[in-house]
Design a protein around this ligand. Sequence first.
Ligand code: DP6
Length: 364
Amino acid sequence: MREQEFIPNKYSNSINKGQVTWQSPSNIALIKYWGKKANQIPANPSLSFTLNNCKTTTRLEFQKKSKNSNNFDFELFFEGKRKDEFKPKIQQFFKRIEEYCPFLKDYSFQIYTENSFPHSSGIASSASGMSALALCVMSLEKELNPDITTEFFNRKASFLARLGSGSACRSIEGKLIEWGAHKSFPESSDLYGMQYEFEVAEVFKTFQDTILLVDKGQKQVSSSVGHNLMHGHPFAEARFAQAHSNLEQLKQVFASGNLEEFIEIVESEALTLHAMMMSSNPYFILMKPNTLQIINKIWDFRESTKTSVCFTLDAGANVHVLYPEKDKEKVLEFIKNELVGYCEKEKYICDHVGEGAEKLGAAD
Ligand code: DP6
């Protein structure tokens, strides 16, 4: 679909007020999105597992304004408390999506949002948060235009979510989502994420992700700044080409179920992401000493037990431990015995591959 197809013509219904609630998950990238062009267009394609337990629940209440005004009118509540410091991000999101959702300035909104994971856990809430809000906006659009299909709904929700935060476009559906144009994925697009539609071995459909919370501190460098540092980065072109080739290889791996090859691609992607940070100008490091301790422990455990466990990282110090469901007991035992000591307050979150966002409350 092209960008223009997301611009509505006319709405058939008129709605005065209502509310809708969506619960949307986080996701963990196996092929990393790092670097972007204007308008949230990714510099390379990416692919992620949708998670199940780490999620944001957002309720959008809307009421038609009595008088027309040329501004976005909204209040934001996070975990029940007004959070004005989150407003600029939402304001920017509304501005970016206004062209595609021209009704936004006709309504006053109240946004109530909360996460299933602790706010300062270092787990980025932008993917689950922006996708939940995008879905709420789409539910209002569906009220105004009930004819839109589920396929269009999901596609546009992903398209809008991308404009809020790139990785959020991969949080609408499950279980594996591809985002970004790639020659081996004929339908793929830089504009939205899509369900991975090729063969996937059973083992990947129930993959586990235990997130070790290594450092809850505020990140020194935000993802947005990090993405921008890929402009003029000496290794940028090679990295973007590598992401294309890793995605191509992962496609074979998903079909074959070869876990050794899976591990090689996934760990290489994680370390390359951080290598890009370390070779940016200015350079920065988001891993902490305990991140490296954990990685080495995982390598030792894998070597000595021949368990197919590996790690990935996002833009932070936390470690995502990935493994097949059948090894759950063994790996959790290993985590409890050998890895929790490296986590802040011994905290970790058990998650696994999930089915995508869920609507909780209907618009009325
Ligand atoms: C390292 O989606 O947070 O997690 O588009 O600026 O909001 P913005 O960036 P964001 O970047 C995520 C980067 C990553 C890799 C990934 O999820 O693919």
